[in-house]
Design a protein around this ligand. Sequence first.
Ligand code: ATP
Ligand code: CA
Ligand code: CA
Length: 175
Amino acid sequence: MTVSDEGRTPVVSVYVGLGSNLENPARQIMRALAALGEIPDTRLLEQSSLYISKPLGPRNQPDFVNAVAALATSLTPEALLASLQAIETRQGRNRDSGRRWGPRTLDLDLLVYGDRMIETPALTVPHPGIGQRSFVLLPLQEIAPDYVIPGLGALKTLVEECDRTGIHKLDHDTL
Ligand code: ATP
Ligand code: CA
Ligand code: CA
């Protein structure tokens, strides 16, 4: 690999999970989807509908708006994560609250990166919890119905088994 290739690999399919529950969450998600399409060496292939879901962990916070996007990228997982975190920061993500699963203007999780299994201090891929989270599984199923999640199995089965309490698709007429 030459110096100019640093941070780049052959093109890989990835999925990104989006979430927001502050400052007009639906607008935050639409803006983030547009920003994903602007990441260098990366193309936005597909985006799901928007979903409303109940927060994980602390309940005394607003409902979330969630979506999933499919990208093709030649960035490494680390470089892509840095781009995702830059978008979070640009959209006002405040990492100082110290509250796990607290409210945020934007959360971008790297759900899957090709068929890579990654376990480093900065990055766990596939993203932990993905197999149980209906706000990831339902939008992912919309854009990749026959997908088999590396290490976890068929999306269809995971969707059948997941708890769908408190999640519904956002009516786009209300946006
Ligand atoms: P959860 O990860 O359970 O959805 P969260 O999204 O609220 O919780 P964050 O505070 O956004 O967690 O992220 C904490 C750290 O997780 C980040 O600093 C990042 O380095 C790390 N991380 C590990 N794996 C991933 C991944 N696949 N995608 C995004 N961040 C990841
Ligand atoms: Ca998250
Ligand atoms: Ca996150």
